[in-house]
Design a protein around this ligand. Structure first.
Ligand SMILES: NC(=O)c1ccc[n+]([C@@H]2O[C@H](COP(=O)([O-])OP(=O)(O)OC[C@H]3O[C@@H](n4cnc5c(N)ncnc54)[C@H](OP(=O)(O)O)[C@@H]3O)[C@@H](O)[C@H]2O)c1
Length: 291
């Protein structure tokens, strides 16, 4: 049986790890599970019973490093890559005034330029074969602004624009591009992201009202993840559908959690801002530095 060849970025944890495990155990796929530190591949091998099946190859790939991308593309050369999953991503939370240049650049380097570099590395071969799928891990935050996530949202909004533009050109090449819009998912994402302590020294110069709003946002966010986060397995279903469908949609949502707010945003941006404010901070409250 001919196997579907899939390359996934960011397989050391979370969605990438789950997807690589699922596909490698299926038997119908050859999976190139990539990660910036292949030593972290131990988790993947453990999930597969401690040995590397012939359906799996772990490759080093840092999406911010063009040489690493070139080496991975070289390794896969001649393997007729059917599906490319651009999944690697990082988060950044906090008041915009306190985001460092370095942190902001890193978010864009991984989330936007990392996805661009990855697509650039594998797209020419897909175009020559006039076949392929590109699936990108996007976010609710790529479709609507979320408070205290401005830089992360900016990077995912940029990914949305990138992919929508590219999808138009890929039509005649029989290459389908799908953005998977994730809501909160139970992964290491929250613990991995840059997120200053509202009472720490990083926010010392910040006004008390914004610090209070931020503190309340963090509580809201923790509650949202505690009560509303999806498990990785549930989200993987959406990736599998995008892989298996003869004509997958440009956008697939993993959750309807914020769908009413997303619809409101499209019809009335100002009403969306008010509604999102009320959703996170409560109706009619001015903010303030509440404990
Ligand atoms: N979990 C959520 O709630 C959520 C919500 C919306 C969207 N998403 C999106 O889903 C995707 C996967 O996130 P996740 O939830 O699975 O979080 P995660 O567990 O933190 O996984 C992120 C992955 O990206 C990798 N990565 C970071 N920088 C990289 C780089 N320079 N090169 C290659 N890989 C790199 C990480 O590898 P290291 O171990 O090397 O850091 C890790 O494997 C991301 O694009 C994220 O934006 C997640």
């Amino acid at each position: 049986m001919e196997r579907t060849t899939v390359l996934i970025t960011g397989c050391s944890s979370g969605i990438g790890l789950g997807l690589a495990t699922r596909l490698a155990t299926d038997g119908g796929f050859k999976v190139y599970a990539t990660m910036r530190d292949p030593a972290k591949g131990e988790r993947l091998l453990q999930r597969l019973g401690g040995r590397c099946p012939d359906t799996l190859e772990v490759l080093q790939l840092d999406v911010t490093d063009p040489r690493s991308l070139a080496a991975a593309a070289h390794r896969v050369q001649g393997q007729a890559l059917d599906v490319l999953v651009c999944n690697a991503g990082v988060g950044l939370m906090g008041p915009l005034e306190t985001c460092s240049d370095q942190d902001m650049k890193n978010v864009f380097d991984v989330n936007l330029f990392g996805a661009i570099r990855t697509i650039q590395a594998f797209l020419p071969a897909m175009k020559r074969r006039r076949a392929g799928r590109i699936i990108v891990s996007s976010s609710i935050g790529g479709l609507q602004g979320l408070p205290f996530n401005s830089v992360y949202c900016a990077s995912k909004f940029a990914v949305e624009g990138l992919c929508e533009s590219l999808a138009i050109v890929l039509r005649p090449f029989n290459i389908h591009l799908t953005l998977v819009e994730c809501g909160p998912v139970n992964t290491s994402f929250l613990s991995n992201l840059q997120c200053p302590d509202p009472d720490g020294s990083e926010l010392q110069g910040l006004d008390a009202e914004t610090r209070g709003l931020y503190r309340r946002y963090l509580r809201h966010c923790q509650g949202l993840f505690r009560d509303g986060a999806q498990e990785v397995e549930e989200v993987l279903q959406v990736f599998l559908e995008a892989m298996g469908s003869p004509c997958p949609p440009l956008r697939c949502a993993t959750t309807q959690l914020l769908a009413p707010l997303a619809r409101l945003r499209l019809t009335d941006g100002s009403a969306y801002v008010q509604a999102m404010h009320d959703f996170v901070f409560g109706r009619g409250e001015a903010g303030g530095d509440q404990p």
